[in-house]
Design a protein around this ligand. Structure first.
Ligand code: SF4
Ligand code: SF4
Length: 411
């Protein structure tokens, strides 16, 4: 076999957490220790040798790389300290870049050196939209601040608590659609659309590459319904249940961090959907439905409980990661920390903005924290396909591919 190592690829792996991969001497202890590895198709020993040979194409089309969820059981048992769990994480980070669109944005999200740009980009976009909103009809945010939220004026003390942040982008007289909603919908809608297109292109490229690499020939094509019911839905359900996570031993604590996070995202998704329906659809018929949810609104309660669950989950993950690194069971990488920082920023700024609102009387501080919150939310949406967050999508598709590959649809 003529091996053509990609040295650039090996270098990238080393900087992304695979710095110890050359220590591997192929004893296969890791494959025995891995709770997800099967006898027929063991991993991560084979990935370790492919990585040290620089076999980039083989690795980015290997479903096992995406099935791993970095529990660290293999790293714990490795007699050479080669950290196979981190090496697989580094391969995944590289694969997301390879499959991603647009490539420039994906490359940007891979290094701590780019943090000023990663934070600056949404900060400038939101600021630009804020300035733009001062020129587009109705009252500008500055006029709103002056008119309605006079700092220190006792008679306006609770206006801020009542109105919330609905005047961040000002107000217009068009009663069917709030100015704030329109601006937020554009900012977050475009960011989400980029993320959805990028994920779709990424997983499509990954699927095609896996089919080509394994020379899979379909006996007949599943219908859309068969694909969803037999492959996609069971994979989504398995991901949501954290079924395989529970097989991990070394870092079992992570389950108690991951699960609240998943439930928090589901809760926040439901609250956002209700807010969009209330403001963007029902608000067109009943304009009085525009504006922030009152605190006793069931969806507001779900949102607040979810925010607390998010902070609790991320605190557990933060603690677990720190402990793993301190004990030498994981490497300190930007890939692992960026998502933790992002989620912590969303949770902290969201909760702080809420507390400042209910405290009344601190509108300027509140509005500034709300601005930071918008930046962190936009970052989460926009960079989702290129960060560790993408794992949820790629892993579900890899699970789906495994089901399809071993099904009767394939020869
Ligand atoms: S990574 Fe460690 S446990 Fe796995 S084969 Fe290499 S030396 Fe052995
Ligand atoms: S990190 Fe966990 S799931 Fe991934 S290869 Fe190692 S033992 Fe298996």
């Amino acid at each position: 076999m003529n091996v053509q190592p990609d040295l650039e690829f090996i270098r990238e792996l080393k900087t992304a957490g695979g710095d110890t991969l050359k220590k591997c001497f192929q004893c296969a202890t890791c494959s025995v220790a891995c709770p997800l590895s099967s006898d027929k198709k063991p991993f991560p020993r084979k990935e370790m040798i492919w990585a040290s040979w620089g076999l980039k194409d083989k690795l980015v089309t290997d479903p096992d790389v995406f099935l791993c969820h970095q529990c660290g059981d293999c790293t714990e048992k490795c007699p050479r300290g080669a950290k196979p769990g981190d090496t697989l994480g580094a391969i995944r980070a590289y694969a997301y870049q390879q499959f991603a669109w647009p490539k420039g944005l994906a490359r940007l999200a891979t290094s701590a050196k780019n943090l000023p740009i990663l934070i600056g980009l949404p900060a400038v976009v939101i600021l630009f939209m804020w300035v733009l909103s001062t020129f587009i009809g109705g009252l500008s945010p500055v006029e709103i601040f002056r008119k309605q939220v006079e700092i220190g004026h006792p008679q306006h003390f609770w206006d801020f608590a009542k109105d919330g942040y609905q005047y961040f982008f000002g107000e217009w007289t068009f009663k069917w659609y709030g100015k704030n909603i329109a601006f937020i919908a554009v900012i977050m809608g475009v960011s989400s659309l980029i993320a959805i297109i990028s994920c779709w292109m990424g997983v499509t490229r990954m699927w095609k590459a896996m089919v080509a690499d394994m020379e899979i020939k379909a006996t007949y094509r599943p219908s859309l319904w068969q694909f969803i019911s037999q492959f996609l839905w069971p994979s989504i359900w398995e991901t949501l249940q954290h079924k395989r996570f529970k097989d991990c031993k070394t870092n079992y604590d992570r389950v108690s961090g991951h699960l609240p996070l998943v439930l928090a995202f589901i809760g926040l998704f439901l609250a956002t959907c209700w807010s969009l329906t209330k403001n963007d659809i029902l608000g067109l018929i009943w304009p009085s439905l525009h504006g922030p949810m009152v605190w006793w609104d069931p969806f507001k309660l779900i949102a607040n409980v979810s925010a607390i669950a998010m902070l609790y989950g991320i605190w557990i993950l933060w603690k677990t990661r720190r402990k793993m690194e301190a004990e030498g069971r994981a490497s300190n990488t930007f890939y692992d920390w960026f998502l933790i920082w992002e989620i912590a920023a969303v949770g902290i700024t969201g909760l702080l903005a809420e507390l400042l609102r209910w405290g009344g009387g601190f509108p300027l501080t509140g509005y500034f924290v709300y601005y930071l919150h918008l930046i962190s939310v936009m970052m989460l949406f926009l960079y989702m396909p290129y960060t560790k967050f993408a794992h949820i999508v790629y892993r579900t598709v890899a699970l789906c591919f495994e089901r399809y590959r071993t099904s009767s649809f394939v020869q």
